[in-house]
Design a protein around this ligand. Structure first.
Ligand code: ADP
Ligand code: MG
Length: 540
């Protein structure tokens, strides 16, 4: 037991630990995250003891983590000025699988005093340390410590407070002796750990985890910097949205909508969700595609939940009830956020809708629950027969203007406002003072058809309505002096059928038209649309 004491596991133990580590961690690089998290915990414990004890060793030593790479010796070293371990603790905590000294530490503190230090503590499962077994050849725990508080001080006189671990890398892991590689991995996983991390003497992490802060304390500049960092982009956010809750599960989330318009890449469904999942400021998964539905992939941001185990793999994430709950809560909150924004600053919202509204349409077509689809539908905007050109209404506004007892919301698909307004389909409804929404993009019509209902009202295409009205021809009113007689009607229909032959499936009379003499409708449009919808859904 000297300052440079090192401990060897038995060969078979090592083998077992290697298997454990491989089953828990899909990527080798996470050992850096785990070692840093342990150092961070050791530093937090020390920070806590500083508040309760006055006799801390090296009390002036700053709370820091130092990493070092040695490419010629093929080593990776981590050293912290935390609480350290006695030799016994070392054997106990590191030599026993699923033994967490951190958890025991918190338990020893009792409920009252530990709220703050508890919220900072990362480790709890006692398996993180074993991730190093995937890549080391030997491992030295130098000055296995020490003497924080009087009485423990005997073990390594004159050695600096804390823990130092030197990993001698295996042949296929030599990359981790390279500074650039380590730097990237630290940035990826441990950038927001609450203590400074130095790599070969240079500080490499940003310690401000904005999503954990009070929104009041965050300036626009801080948001901008943070957004650029996590989004890997160079513009500004147009919206930011922070959300925090402790029930039904712990969530701290921060999302941004970019100022730039979505690119083809952003629009592609191949593109991953660009939100990273953290637990206690340590990254667990980048591009965590199950914590948000795919159609929200335009958001950049961070979700942190201390309820999520650190060693969660992508596969586990996929079918975890916890993640489903998380996704549901977040999606609802995000929808509410956009709805609020649309009321707060309509002009800004419409600009956003112009750029990003396509994602909402995708959401409606791809989201399975009707309730959530209708929540997304609240964010849609349409021109309508009762609004001046260029002005748009929401489905809620439309519904609020409906006459008492009316059950249908009507829409009309047309390539432009001119064509919509002169459409023969429109006039019969306008005559009855019924508002009609205009769909200028074919996908808008698909979306409304797919939505089916909104607020218990039925969404109806007026084109479809006219095409499918009464299987029989309407009857002629013999008392109407302006109307053709039944004989004339029959002759006319026979004549038209003769001219058109099998170009027309059916010829019939209607009273719906006012100024247009006739109209061509597509009876099978329903199945044509169905076909379009399934191809759309398949792509998605
Ligand atoms: P966990 O962090 O979940 O407790 P680990 O396997 O990562 O599990 O670590 C096991 C224990 O070893 C920790 O709980 C802690 O008591 C101890 N430990 C690990 N690294 C350090 C360190 N750098 N300084 C002090 N104690 C440490
Ligand atoms: Mg740990």
């Amino acid at each position: 037991k000297g300052p440079a004491d090192s401990h060897e596991f038995k060969a078979e133990t090592k083998k077992l630990l290697d298997i454990v580590a491989k089953s828990l961690y899909s990527e080798k690089e996470v050992f850096i995250r785990e070692l840093i998290s342990n150092s961070s915990d050791a530093l937090e414990k020390l920070r806590y003891l500083q508040t309760t004890h006055s006799d801390i060793v090296d009390s002036g030593a700053p709370l820091e983590i130092h990493l070092a790479t040695d490419d010629s010796k093929k080593t990776f070293t981590i050293q912290d000025t935390g609480i350290g371990m006695t030799s016994d603790e070392m054997v106990e905590n590191l030599g026993t699988i699923a033994k967490s000294g951190s958890k025991a530490f918190l338990e020893s503190l009792g409920e009252a005093s530990n709220a703050d230090v508890k919220s900072q503590m990362i480790g709890q499962f006692g398996v993180g340390f074993y991730s190093s077994f995937m890549l080391m050849f030997t491992l030295s725990l130098i000055n296995p410590i020490l003497n924080l508080i009087n009485g423990h001080q005997t073990e390594a006189e004159g050695v600096q407070r804390g823990t130092k671990i030197v990993i001698h890398l295996k042949g296929d892991c030599y990359d981790f002796a390279k500074e650039d590689i380590i730097k990237d991995v630290v940035k990826k996983y441990s950038n927001f750990v609450g203590v400074p991390i130095y790599l070969n003497g240079k500080k490499i992490n940003i310690v401000q985890a904005l999503w954990m802060m009070d929104p009041k304390d965050i300036t626009d500049d801080m948001h901008e910097e943070f957004y650029r960092f996590i989004g890997n982009v160079y513009d500004k956010p147009r919206y930011h949205f922070m959300y925090k809750t402790d029930a039904p599960l712990n969530i701290r989330a921060l999302f941004y909508v970019p100022e730039y318009k979505p690119t083809m890449f952003d629009l592609s469904r191949e593109t991953d969700v660009s939100v990273n999942l953290y637990s206690r400021k340590v990254m667990i998964l980048s591009k965590a595609d199950h914590i948000l539905p795919k159609w929200l992939r335009f958001l950049k941001g961070v979700v942190d939940s201390e309820d999520i185990p650190l060693n969660l793999s992508r596969e586990l994430l996929q079918d975890s009830a916890l993640i489903r709950k998380l996704r549901q809560v977040l999606t609802n909150r995000i929808l509410k956020f956009f709805l609020d924004q649309s009321k707060k600053d309509e002009e800004k919202y419409m600009k956003f809708y112009q750029d990003y509204g396509l994602f909402f349409r995708e959401g409606i077509v791809t989201q399975p629950e009707q309730e959530q689809r209708e929540d997304i539908a609240k964010l849609l905007r349409f021109e309508s027969s009762k609004c001046p050109r260029g002005q748009k209404v929401s489905l809620e506004e439309y519904a609020s203007r409906m006459k008492a007892g009316a059950r249908d919301i009507y829409y009309l698909s047309a390539p432009s406002r001119e064509l919509a307004e002169t459409s023969p389909y429109l006039e019969s409804l306008v005559k009855k003072d019924i508002e009609v929404l205009f769909c200028f993009e074919p996908y808008d019509e698909l979306v409304l058809m797919n939505l089916g209902q909104f607020n218990k009202k039925f969404l109806k295409s007026i084109e479809n309505e006219i095409a499918s009205e009464g299987k029989e021809s309407e009857k002629v009113d013999d008392n109407d002096p302006d109307s053709l007689k039944q004989d004339d009607v029959d002759n006319l229909i026979t004549w038209i059928k003769g001219i058109l032959g099998n170009k027309a499936h059916k010829v019939k009379i209607t009273k719906r038209l006012a100024s247009h003499p006739c109209i061509v409708t597509v009876e099978e449009m329903g199945s044509a649309r169905h076909f379009l919808r399934t191809t759309f859904a398949e792509r998605s």
